[in-house]
Design a protein around this ligand. Structure first.
Ligand code: MEV
Length: 335
């Protein structure tokens, strides 16, 4: 298969980010915004990446015989390119085949805001490239390779983002060593969510490293906070399955407070989170790595217009989202 397009969804972490890195459970949901990777095998050995739509304008990078040529340099897009490049490298190693490929990437959501775009880029690239090479990897294989990509680019990462980008749905996830546990949850209600994001001051990697250093300095305190995040997640599982949105909201607020105690929120993020509550959200929290980036607010459907409009007074980057259950998907274009 010479030309393939694969896509993977973004995600919101409903509960448990950061604690999941230390083996506690998290609950994560795929959303209706996706990353698309178009892959086409080349006659030469080059990897050519065209990331026209990764939030900033275009950048073209050519990698040949270990030499990287960057035609345009846009910070956040470049970090996404690290994931693309690693995804090709690790997939080639795994399959024992390496071919030149042109990749074109398109995103329906802001990149690097905490919505799991790096995982979606990695997973969609692995799926597209392996299909081009004539392999049909299982979802387990794609998720595992995706996790390797994230660990190798970020230094430390949980399998949460790559699992949800691969399998989709609402998942309770935790891991012990290299064993990943994934439990699909059947949420018995719509979850009307409004996502708002503010400029990212720090990357997920920075924030994960920050929590690690805090934990090294204050192990008892930080372990206690992480354990409480884990407990919040388990209580949230019950009320989500019951469809008790009011209680889900209360637990989101508790989760945000615990993340704040870990130092991963920011003044701007808190402003958005508290504005959402003032505008009638049932609950609100940062979502993902923090240090700026995305937050989610849960609302009853009849309040969604007011909530969206009030949030737009604080940041222009506000959108409504729904849970969308489809994980990674491959479309064959041509031989
Ligand atoms: C990032 O979306 C979530 C974190 O928990 C990091 C990870 O799980 O790898 C902050």
């Amino acid at each position: 298969m010479r030309r393939v397009v694969a896509s993977a969804p973004g995600k919101v972490t409903l509960f448990g980010e950061h604690a999941v890195v230390y083996g506690y459970p998290a609950i994560v949901a795929s959303i209706d915004k996706r990353i698309y990777v178009n892959a086409e095998l080349r006659e030469d050995e080059k990897i050519r990446i065209n990331a026209q739509d990764l939030r900033t304008s275009g950048v073209i990078v050519s990698i040949s015989n270990g030499e990287i040529q960057i035609t345009t340099d846009y910070g956040r897009t470049l970090s996404a390119i690290g994931y693309l490049n690693k995804a090709i490298e690790l997939t080639s190693e795994y399959l024992g085949v390496r071919k030149g490929v042109s990749l074109e990437v398109r995103s329906e959501m802001p990149v690097g805001a905490g919505l799991g775009t790096s995982a979606a880029v990695s997973v969609a690239t692995i799926a597209a490239y392996s299909t081009c090479l004539g392999y049909e990897l299982s979802k387990d294989e794609i998720a595992r390779l995706g996790w390797e990509v994230e660990k190798s680019v970020q230094g430390i990462a949980s399998p949460m983002d790559t699992s949800i980008a691969t399998f989709g749905g609402v998942l309770k996830i935790w891991f012990e060593g290299s064993t990943i546990y994934r439990v699909p949850l059947h949420v018995s209600s719509e979850l009307p969510l409004v996502v708002s994001y503010v400029e990212r001051e720090k990357s997920t990697r920075d924030m994960v490293m920050w929590v690690k250093s805090l934990k090294d300095k204050h192990p008892e305190l930080v372990n206690g906070i992480l354990e409480h995040i884990g407990r919040t997640t388990l209580e949230a599982e019950k009320v989500l399955v019951e469809g008790n949105l009011r209680e889900v909201g209360v637990l989101m607020n508790i989760n945000h407070g615990l993340l704040e105690a870990l130092g991963v929120s920011s003044r701007r993020l808190n402003e958005v989170v508290y504005t959402a509550r003032m505008a009638g959200a049932l609950g609100s929290k940062l979502t993902g790595g923090g240090g700026g980036g995305a937050s989610i607010a849960l609302t009853l459907p009849d309040n969604i217009d007011i909530l969206t409009n009030v949030l737009r007074l604080v940041t222009p980057h506000v959108f409504r989202t729904n849970i969308q259950y489809e994980g990674v998907k491959v479309n064959h274009l041509s031989d």
